[in-house]
Design a binder for this molecule. Structure first.
Ligand code: ADE
Length: 249
């Protein structure tokens, strides 16, 4: 997969893209990340990229020309991208499902806004998608772009190696992940649950599933409604409800 990132601050990406799984995916040629400095495409000799808003108001707005110019240049180099994604708090919420959808593409262009905003014509006539990583306002689209690249990267076949696939983890079936433990068996008086030491695979599977269901119920009950629950999951949840009832009676 090729990801072109349009930004005014390419230096922000150095750390996160040069470590761990993303670094390895890049080294293996599974992921190619290109940082494009929007300022290089300014139409004027002062290399400005922003201006005061029409209609008045505080702050500066990123103009359309450097961004359209940068995308035109990319298209001339690599052809039409599959998606041109503007990172903005006004976009569709980024979820595991969106990450999965994007991981199937071959070529993404990400546009990171900055300052008070970005000229509306970028979203009207250039971007194919607008994505928000959550209901809060960041100073720019750079951190959201890093979040998106990280979540998408680990879904590209081959990036996680052959150890437990991305599918086994949180959200793959709409539930939070079960708790994990490793050595030592007891630490500061905290013991690893006995069942995990039992070697009884079926008991361990059932315990993990129950924990995933309990965690989701406690922390993110709205996810349970959307999750794909099996007959066994429903039985476990009914048992839990019975236990709660008897506690209250
Ligand atoms: N730019 C600023 N805040 C953002 C957010 N929450 N998601 C995506 N882009 C942003």
């Amino acid at each position: 997969m090729v990801i072109d990132i349009l930004t005014l601050f390419p230096e922000m990406f150095a750390g996160p893209f040069d470590a761990s799984i993303i670094k390895r995916a890049r080294a293996r040629g599974l992921l190619q990340i290109n940082l494009v400095n929007i300022r290089d495409f300014s139409p004027n000799k002062h290399r400005t990229v922003d201006d005061t808003p029409y209609g008045g108001g505080a702050g500066m707005v990123m103009g359309p020309e450097p961004i359209f110019n940068a995308v035109d240049w990319l298209k001339s180099q690599r052809g039409e991208p599959d998606r041109i994604i503007l990172l903005t708090p006004c976009g569709r919420l980024f979820t595991q499902e969106v990450a999965r959808e994007l991981s199937r593409e071959k070529h993404l262009v990400l546009i990171c806004g900055h300052y008070e905003g970005i000229d509306e014509r970028v979203s009207e006539a250039l971007a194919t998608d607008e994505i928000s990583i959550g209901d809060y306002v960041l100073t720019g689209g750079e951190l959201p772009a890093m979040v998106l690249v990280d979540a998408v990267c680990r879904l590209i076949p081959g990036t996680l190696g052959e150890s437990a696939s991305a599918e086994e983890e949180s959200f793959s079936d709409g539930l939070l992940e079960y708790p994990q433990y490793t050595r030592p068996r007891e630490y500061r008086g905290l013991a690893v649950p006995e069942v995990l030491l039992s070697g009884h695979h079926e008991k361990i599977r059932l315990w993990r599933r129950r924990q995933a269901l309990l965690r989701t119920l406690a922390a993110r009950p709205e996810l349970l409604a959307k999750a794909s629950l099996t007959a066994e999951d429903k039985r476990i949840l009914m048992e839990v409800m019975e236990e709660i009832k008897s506690l209250l009676s």
